[in-house]
Design a protein around this ligand. Structure first.
Ligand SMILES: CC(C)(COP(=O)(O)OP(=O)(O)OC[C@H]1O[C@@H](n2cnc3c(N)ncnc32)[C@H](O)[C@@H]1OP(=O)(O)O)[C@@H](O)C(=O)NCCC(=O)NCCS
Length: 322
């Protein structure tokens, strides 16, 4: 049977740093409120840097870390809800910008779960035997879809990209991947695209931007995070003692802390970089995995889980041997 494994990782964060203190200039908030409720101290803004450019820089790092010739890449998947265009997709522009052969390249939208959805797709396409080296990217400039008059949401998000090369392997690196969705009929977390009406006006309206019922999203997130860890344990007949690390989507440190207590899994084995980047949506998981590897927290031979949840509503998890 064909398996897949992570053969390289990379990431990119834009240079512009926005601190909690910066928000106090135009909304009623404080560093104390934001950091105690979310764990966020600062985040990065793309500004003029495109989603494509963030994806490109993260991909270059991932290709170098995999140590493969980029001509071997035969599949490109970009998870994003903040593509530069409706079309062409970030993935197709990335194929051209990297100078890859004309391979299959497509974007997927599963909000903050998008990267693990893309890992799942790459894993299954490699298992089919048709593909050998997938470039999988999460790239987001969600601050372009943020209502900066809404203090409930504007302090949470940041921009970034993370990338991974997932390659064919004799042994299972991606041991198991779960991806799920349950349509958000109550609009707990929604971002409407500008309608043709607003495009005619050349102006998006407030309801086109990110809107969130924070408390209910918090409850949803903690519930599916714990349920997905338990489902991966059960499906693979293992216990948390077999897991060296859990890398969660970085949406709120309190969500991760609650999951750590509910699972009785130590917080110092739950990777955290939210203080520096905030919630970077589909970029969050690959950025966190890449940093954990660079910091030698995740080492070759370690078994870790990565779990995400977000708009859709979607959630996903992967059990990985690195
Ligand atoms: C958004 C979130 C941090 C709010 O924290 P909370 O403890 O639930 O706070 P509440 O929503 O109960 O709001 C408490 C008060 O703080 C206020 N508040 C909200 N944002 C604020 C801010 N940035 N600064 C100061 N006060 C703020 C609210 O207006 C509310 O005031 P009120 O009581 O006068 O109405 C939290 O609900 C959360 O993180 N939810 C999950 C969000 C998430 O992860 N989304 C992405 C998923 S991918």
């Amino acid at each position: 049977m064909n398996h897949s494994k992570i053969s390289g990782t990379g990431s990119y964060v834009p240079e512009m740093i926005v601190t909690n203190e910066d928000f106090t200039k135009y909304i009623e908030t404080s560093d104390e409120w934001i950091s105690s409720r979310t764990g966020i101290k600062e985040r990065r803004y793309a500004g003029d840097v495109s989603t494509l450019d963030m994806a490109y820089h993260a991909s270059l790092e991932a290709i170098a870390s995999a140590g493969i010739d980029q001509s071997l890449i035969d599949l490109v998947i970009v998870a994003t809800v903040s593509a530069d265009n409706v079309f062409p997709g970030v993935s197709q522009m990335l194929q051209a910008k990297l100078g890859l052969d004309p391979v299959m390249a497509f974007d997927i939208n599963a909000a903050c779960s998008g990267f693990i959805y893309a890992m799942n797709i790459a894993d299954k396409m490699i298992q089919s035997g048709a593909y050998k080296h997938a470039l999988v990217v999460g790239a987001e400039a969600l601050t372009r879809w943020t209502d900066f008059s809404d203090r409930n949401t504007c302090v949470l998000f940041g921009d970034a990209a993370g990338a991974m090369i997932i390659s064919k392997s004799d042994e299972a690196g991606l041991i198991d991947v779960i991806s799920k969705a349950q349509g958000d009929v109550d609009d707990l977390l929604i971002c409407k695209n500008p309608s043709p009406k607003t495009l005619v006006n050349h102006q998006a309206e407030i309801q086109d931007f990110i809107q969130m019922d924070g408390r209910n999203v918090f409850k949803f997130a903690t519930k599916v995070l714990v349920a997905t860890v338990n489902e991966l344990l059960e499906r693979n007949n293992i216990t948390l003692d077999d897991i060296d690390y859990i890398v969660c989507h970085q949406a709120n440190e309190r969500i991760i802390d609650k999951a750590s207590r509910d699972l009785d899994f130590p917080m110092d084995k739950m990777y955290l970089n939210i203080s520096r980047y905030g919630n970077t949506s589909a970029a969050s998981v690959p950025l966190a995995i890449d940093e954990a590897i660079k910091e030698n927290i995740i080492k070759v031979g370690d078994t870790f889980m990565t779990i995400a949840f977000g708009g859709g509503l979607t959630w996903a998890g992967a059990l990985v041997k690195y």
